[in-house]
Ligand binder design. Sequence first.
Ligand code: GLC
Length: 720
Amino acid sequence: MVKNYEEKIKDLLDKMTVEEKAGQLRQCGPSLVGAFEVSFEELLNMMFDGRISQEEFGRLMSTAKQDFREEDLRAGRIGSYNGIKDARTVNRLQKIAVEETRLGIPLLFGYDVIHGYRTIYPIPLAESCAWEPDLWERTGRMAAREATAAGVHMTFAPMVDVAKDARWGRVSEGAGEDTYVNCCYGESKVKGFQGDDLTKEDAMAACVKHFAGYGAGEAGRDYNRVDMSMQRFYEEYLPPYKACIDAGARAIMPAFNDLWGVPCSVNPWLLMDVLRKDWGFDGLTVSDSNAIAECVDHGIAKDRSDAAVQAIYAGMDLDMSSDVYHENLVQLVHEGKVPVDVLDRAVADVLRLKFELGLFDHPYKTSAEREAQTLLTKENRSLAREAAVKSMVLLKNEGHILPLTPGTKIGVVGSLAKERAEMLGAWAIGAEGEDCVSLVDALEERKQPFEYFENVQDALDFDGVIIAAVGERKDMSGEAASRACIELPKDQEEILKALAGAGKTVVAVLLNGRPLAMPWTAQNIPAILEAWHPGVEGGNAIADILFGDENPGGHLTVTFPGASGQCPMYYAHINTGRPGGRGKFTSKYLDAPIEPVYPFGYGLSYTEFEYGDLKVTPSGDSLEICVTVRNAGKRTGSTVIQCYFRDLVAKRVRPVKQLADFAKVTLEPGEYVQVAFSLEYSRLGYYDMAMNYVLEDGDFEIFVGQNSQDCLSETVTLTF
Ligand code: GLC
């Protein structure tokens, strides 16, 4: 039962001064101050561009502490904090807000809980490869229990930016290239984070991001422009945000990028027309960090005051870290440039979420004791390990090298096999590297004899199987980490080439945050396990798979191109009038194959699965699709049955495949199952040139398979 707080909100607004209202729209932090004259952000830039050394940066950072701006807080000029991570500090600041400000309005604490709070599970791109909504919800629930114990009320997640360009570093933070997978992933995370009652102590509001289309930045370069047809925007990029709003997400974060030239933070069409009028959203919009101020850099606002006016009118409520509202709104209201009712609408959204979270009745939702009891428990580690195993994708297993039999002589190469913190991936800000189990730790824990070689040259005479842990360091993906070249880093590939050159039997374990262009590795390394950045239990999960305790069942949610120059490369592409092929005048590259190295949906197992008896039957207003799947191998395993469709002829060209549904099954050896999908006709439509959503009679090809390339198919003629 959704409670109605509108009366209470109105009563409070009637009592509030303009200064107090502007204060509710200010989110501070993390604000670090120390023995440095510049801002923390500028200090970071100085280290990044070499104006100060890493040592000097470290020395200055050792003097840094959080500036909580307590005088502003007492004066009612702060409504929210970002990036504070402990119960004691949260409760101390909350006490000031509740007991020392004029109206006692509680604070809202936000934090980036992207893939776990302290028990870090696999990065979202990895976890999406599990294709298991139930798992996604369970890990979200665990993250909420931990984060709320530490005082978090709202997480800036899930990120559901459809990402078709592997050069973009933030592909690591979402559920890959497919619209439907992102919808399912986002919906599950919202349910996991928020639970069934936001007033409960272990519930945190989901703030879905980045609204909208951030993953379509031109050239895969972070923060870059986004410009596409409205049809494509509605068909491919908007649906996951709507799925999260429909699942009850109570906050949303407009993206840094512009849409058709208007930055999302000041885009009234996006924030008022689409989000509030069309979708009926009455939650909170939270700016991205400093995003309102950056509208001046975008060249859409002439100064910070202008940015404040545009943002508040556009429907941007909470100003994260820029202080543009704090510095300008009061004067703008007194000058009549911002009407009080425009200000009140934004403040009402903030107050509503605080009421919904129960903060007025229970402002202290956690305690240091609860925090200590909740973080990094055995159960949480066990779930993180399950998620890591299910996220890993077996890409190659020539000669069935894997699973390794006990007693196999094992060598290990690659610093990523030891560096615990590299398991965490991007946005693991609440965790410590020492929380992680590395591959070497796992081998030691299993009492598995092995020899670790610091230098690959020392491994060339080793007469056993070599496990080579190679990939990207965690800071090579995530925010502001786009790569123009998405190959395995040179030094990593050289490890593999040295081993292959010496005729070694190599198992490559990839630890990376994005699809990699690695045709040589795919060609020359007999066994390849994609382990991504797998979180605190990553080493154990890798060992569980390598030694056969677990049978890998992950399937890719992103395409692995053969060359960086092919980006963006994705399965749901259009055919063109000259589909790439052997002919000269076809859509292809002279210097790269047109097929991906590994396609969307791909993943091997230690067993084999057979698909058969596809039946497609029109029935009422949906297609009933049925297929038989059998485990034809010798061990129990899971597979992801994927159902795609193609509209063969339409008034706008349609993708050669679109994922319609999926199901994951686990089968014993010899066992078979009939899997049925019901595909509503409404899913088969598209937007015509006038932006009408149309369902057109005609032929539709239905595909079912274990990846986007190897499918059974049947064509049906439909009349709607
Ligand atoms: C960052 C990110 C956003 C994050 C926010 C707060 O710039 O774009 O995803 O939630 O700042 O840390």
